[in-house]
Design a protein around this ligand. Structure first.
Ligand SMILES: Nc1ncnc2c1ncn2[C@@H]1O[C@H](COP(=O)(O)OP(=O)(O)OP(=O)(O)O)[C@@H](O)[C@H]1O
Length: 458
């Protein structure tokens, strides 16, 4: 039988005992140290790591109280709380052995021992020590990964009255542990808001787990959300932890909750109601402790009226409701967000310091942004990539998805809009007036006349 690569220390003042313990353990463990003087313990612990220590109870000639052993045990546990110590006791010292276990001993063996029993006891202590080390390593890995995940700080930009009100509400509810539902059009920043709530909550040191319910298939829903055990279905080759368990202690973000079918809504409701999940193929429920933040661009109340969404689920999810306004409702935020993304992308694409021209600002502010902040983000990224100048001009932006809208902040000036539109078209076609005219649906004479009128150089 191959020996276990373990380092065992035996401490007993009786050299015969040391010898027989060494002989009994040698066939099973690779490294055995025998020590007759307990005073050497501190030195030995400083020099080596022992998987298991076998410790006698009495050292002074004639002593039988076991107090010395307990004192040395205390000393070991204080220095190394996770140390596995097996006490060597005399027959009938069970009370003492119990006292030792209370201090932190793993087990005890009674003198004179049966060799097989001694081997089994030390082996069990060794295995316990290994599992504890593994758990510790996993914990370290886990917290390392968590701090890596949390490194990217959430920054929500916005100073419009609507966003200020949202921030006020968010601060109020963040550390209440209440379930929250976030409403808002696509790309308005619902996920970002959910992350920021998590970061402001007492759960911030645990994970934020996102599930896109719009993309989880009907058949895999339970396995994804609740986990499964090996062999529970054809593809279940090993045990798998579900998202609820993964979010243990943290926040579970259920994105696109409005896309969940009615049968799956029922399954989700059961888990939330009972605060337990049962892995597919298992019969043992597992307690779950996670805060639920959901998000949707659907009107769930209307869906409830149309029997498309369960009312009881909605009321479980919406202890607090937050609404992120569409970007079109907060044009004041557009320049701020544009500058924010400009900085990010200028850095990403190593473009140095970039700025937006005044005309670009007003163009961006007039755009309707049907794709909200995500669209603005992409527009900024594209413009940074396309531009060779340090100042981004309107022609660097290709905003095709909606017609310019009148500015909210200044008086509508049709002439100005017309002038700017012509300038953008000319810039887009690199000064080719015929192409610009064609794109604008103007004749060549008309475009030249308008260019003269507005003083556009050609
Ligand atoms: N106020 C904000 N400040 C800075 N960045 C923002 C802000 N709002 C959104 N973003 C950014 O815009 C992008 C879209 O945001 P997010 O994914 O949070 O939107 P969403 O509403 O969850 O979208 P969807 O409905 O499509 O899931 C992300 O890259 C996000 O970082």
């Amino acid at each position: 039988m191959t020996r276990l690569a373990a380092n065992i220390l035996i401490i007993d003042d009786d050299t015969d005992v040391l010898h027989s313990a060494r002989m009994a353990l040698k066939p099973t463990f690779t490294q055995i140290t025998a020590e007759s003087q307990p005073q050497q313990i501190n030195y030995l612990l400083n020099q080596h790591e022992y998987d298991v220590i076998l410790l006698d109870m009495n050292y002074t000639a004639g002593a039988t109280s076991g107090r010395e052993g307990l004192m040395w045990l205390q000393n070991i546990i204080e220095r190394k709380p996770a140390q596995q110590v097996v006490m060597i006791t005399a027959y009938g010292d069970i009370k003492l052995a119990v006292e030792a276990m209370k201090i932190g001993a793993t087990d005890f063996v009674v003198k004179p021992w049966d060799n097989e029993k001694l081997q089994a006891t030390v082996r069990a202590a060794y295995q316990l020590s290994k599992s504890q080390q593994e758990v510790k390593q996993l914990h370290e890995k886990h917290s390392g990964m968590k701090s890596l995940l949390n490194q990217t700080k959430v920054e929500i930009i916005g100073r419009s009255p609507a966003m200020k009100e949202l921030f006020r509400m968010t601060d109020k509810v963040a550390d209440t542990d209440a379930n929250i539902i976030i409403f808002g059009e696509n790309g308005t920043g619902k996920e970002l808001l959910a992350k920021s709530i998590h970061e402001k909550s007492d759960r911030r040191d645990n994970v934020f787990v996102k599930v896109d319910l719009g993309t989880i298939s009907e058949t895999l829903f339970e396995s994804e959300m609740f986990g499964h055990i090996k062999g529970s279905f054809t593809d279940a080759r090993q045990d798998k932890i579900g998202r609820f368990e993964l979010a243990q202690g943290g926040t579970l973000f259920l994105d696109e909750i409005g896309n969940l079918s009615l049968p799956l809504q029922a399954k989700l409701l059961t888990a939330i109601q009972h605060k337990t999940v049962t892995r597919v193929g298992s019969a043992t429920p597992i307690d779950i402790d996670c805060r639920i933040i959901s998000a949707t661009n659907n009107n769930l109340f209307e869906m409830v009226t149309n029997s498309e969404f369960r009312e009881d689920l909605l009321y479980r999810l919406n202890t607090v409701e937050l609404s992120v306004p569409a970007l079109a409702e907060r044009p004041e935020d557009v320049p701020l967000l544009a500058d924010h993304f400009l900085q990010i992308f200028a850095h990403k694409y190593r473009k140095g310091t970039l700025k937006l021209s005044n005309k670009s600002y007003s163009l961006l502010q007039r755009h309707l942004w049907p794709g909200n902040i995500r669209e603005l983000q992409h527009a900024m990224e594209r413009a940074v990539i396309m531009s060779d100048d340090s100042i981004l001009q309107p022609h660097h932006f290709l905003l095709q998805s909606s017609k310019p809208k009148p500015s909210y902040s200044s008086t509508i000036n049709l002439n100005e809009i017309e002038k700017e539109t012509i300038e953008i078209a000319i810039a887009k076609h690199k000064g080719n007036i015929s192409k610009a005219a064609k794109e604008l649906g103007l004749g060549r004479t008309t475009i030249y006349r308008k260019m003269d009128k507005y003083g556009i150089k050609y």
